[in-house]
Write a protein that binds this ligand. Structure first.
Ligand code: RUB
Length: 295
């Protein structure tokens, strides 16, 4: 939880592998590849839900098995890491410009948790001089909403903090919802911070546009083949203080939830705004025809 947000997590994972390669001292290519694999598994196990981490790590090791010397392999991993991080930052900037076009002067916006991608859009609209008001949820139990409101306040945005259970009440005053993504499945479902699906349902009921803001490296290749997304569960100490509830009380602390595609009006990506139904096509293109034609 020191590094938060699926984009930052992916860049941190790629950078860690790049640093590992740069500082590697051994001279055997075989040993390097084995150690790289161990490092990769350690990084991947740190956050199971955000596929951005998986995609960032795999983009970083791409082609390493074809290297013929340890120096070539190290240089490739290190260059790939830098390239992934640059691509990631550019995608977030592009999404800010594309998403800001959806915001109209006078709009009231709601956001959830702390998504740098969604906040990029809001700050860009504000920078363009649009008169906007934003409501941000507290996002219990980690209260990432505090980061969000301070970030937007520093940018000069009119920002109001609400508790998570005020979402449906405030949705009546809202024109659009922008949230981030940890993972987007091949059938267009959005996996994001717990409570995101409540915003989506309330928006659907109130006929408010609901946008998921996601770089395409948050699209999950595994879901094309039917894999489910693992939802991270965290310690109960995040929810209750010691001795606060009877010993027989169980506490369930899932960290993310899934919003079905039918509640999402559009996904704002660096490629443009797409319908959730288009995710499969983007993934197939990214994976390449060869992938599906393997014997
Ligand atoms: C953060 C969260 C964010 C997404 C997208 O959860 O759910 O909405 O990760 O973030 P946590 P970004 O604090 O548990 O990591 O748009 O910055 O990639």
């Amino acid at each position: 939880m020191e590094i938060r947000g699926a984009g930052r997590i992916a860049r941190a994972g790629a950078t860690a592998l790049g640093d590992f390669a740069t500082s590697y001292q051994g001279s055997s290519l075989d040993d390097f590849l084995k150690d790289l694999d161990k490092a990769k598994e350690t990084i991947l196990s740190s956050r199971p839900t955000a596929v951005s981490l998986w995609n960032g790590v795999h983009a970083t090791i791409r082609g390493v098995n074809e290297a013929t010397t340890v120096d070539d392999a190290r240089a490739l991993v290190s260059d790939n890491a830098v390239a992934f991080c640059e691509h990631s930052k550019k995608a977030v900037e592009m999404i800010a410009r594309i998403g800001a076009q959806r915001i109209e002067d006078g709009d009231t916006i709601m956001t959830h948790c702390n998504s740098s991608t969604a906040l990029g859009i809001i700050k860009e609209a504000h920078r363009q001089g649009k008169d906007i008001k934003v409501y941000a949820t507290e996002s219990r139990p980690w209260r990432q909403g505090i980061l969000t409101v301070n970030d937007l306040a520093d940018a000069g945005v009119d920002i109001t903090l609400i508790i998570d259970s005020a979402v449906r009440t405030v949705m009546k005053k809202t024109d659009r919802v922008f949230v981030g993504a940890d993972t987007v499945t091949s059938h267009g479902a959005l996996i994001n911070k717990i409570g995101t699906s409540h915003l989506a349902l309330a928006a659907y009921e109130a006929r408010v546009n609901f946008y998921a803001c996601a770089e395409t490296y948050k699209f999950s290749p595994m879901t094309v083949f039917g894999d489910m997304v693992a939802i991270e569960e965290r310690d109960i100490s995040e929810v209750i203080r010691p001795g606060e509830v009877r010993d027989s009380v169980k506490v369930f602390n899932p960290v993310f939830d899934s919003t079905p595609a039918k509640y999402i009006d559009a996904i704002i990506t660096e490629l443009g705004m797409i319908h959730p139904g288009a995710v499969y096509g983007v993934l197939v293109k990214q994976l390449g025809d060869d992938f599906f034609n393997k014997e």
